[in-house]
Design a protein around this ligand. Structure first.
Ligand SMILES: Cc1cc2nc3c(=O)[nH]c(=O)nc-3n(C[C@H](O)[C@H](O)[C@H](O)COP(=O)(O)O)c2cc1C
Length: 196
């Protein structure tokens, strides 16, 4: 079993990127599971909030991510980069245990929840580039904190308005196939890293 934790970088109710994660739940390879964790209740990163202990929402997020074997991020693009809510979540997850007191997630061996975690990025946007710039930006940021971002396959769902239905479900078959390839790749990437 490969336990994948999913993060949607959009807080919008009818988010295409949340729709991508819903599609992923139906396209998982056998033996993989996907749980999506919410990031909308996190306070904005402020080191003053780390003492005496992390805020409840931060602890909840970190506890959800620690046991995951792999991470899947659905990344929208805002102004050619990572949307603020997603960057905020990554900043909270990048902090070492101990900074937030001893209550958070004692007993873990990795330095941070994201260090060494096999990860894949996908994204959808109504524009022509399908979040390519934001994904590149996110890849760079994650690499700087030791997250093991899968080199490929990649999935950029461009022109999203024509590829999702009115409920923001992904209906475009080539896009579903592309996302399916990312999921299969992530499971293989996770197994390869586990074995090494
Ligand atoms: C502040 C802001 C900046 C945006 N900048 C971009 C952009 O640089 N490139 C792009 O393709 N779409 C951009 N968009 C449009 C988003 O891709 C679009 O709103 C998309 O639906 C957001 O993802 P979601 O559907 O998952 O919420 C921007 C939207 C907002 C609100």
């Amino acid at each position: 079993m490969t336990r994948i934790i999913g993060i949607c970088g959009s807080l919008r109710a009818a988010s295409y990127n949340r729709g991508l994660l819903r599609a992923c739940a139906t396209l998982l390879p056998e033996g993989a599971s996907l749980e999506v964790v919410e990031i909308g209740d996190l306070p904005l990163m402020n080191e003053d909030l780390e003492k005496p202990g992390w805020p409840q929402a931060v602890q909840r997020l970190r506890r959800a991510v620690w046991p995951a074997e792999a991470l899947l991020i659905a990344c929208p693009e805002y102004n050619a980069g990572i949307p603020a809510p997603l960057k905020n979540a990554i900043d909270w997850l990048s902090r070492a245990e101990g900074l937030g007191g001893t209550t958070a997630t004692a007993g873990e061996t990795r330095r941070t929840p994201l260090a060494g975690l096999p990860t894949a990025i996908i994204g959808a946007s109504p524009g022509m580039l399908g979040t390519a710039r934001a994904q590149q930006h996110l890849r760079m940021s994650l690499q700087s904190i030791g997250t093991l971002v899968m080199p490929g396959p990649e999935a950029f769902v461009a022109g999203a308005r024509g590829k999702f239905d009115e409920e923001s479900n992904l209906v475009d078959e080539p896009s579903r196939a592309a996302v399916g390839r990312v999921l299969a790749g992530l499971v293989a990437w996770t197994a390869r890293l586990k074995a090494s």
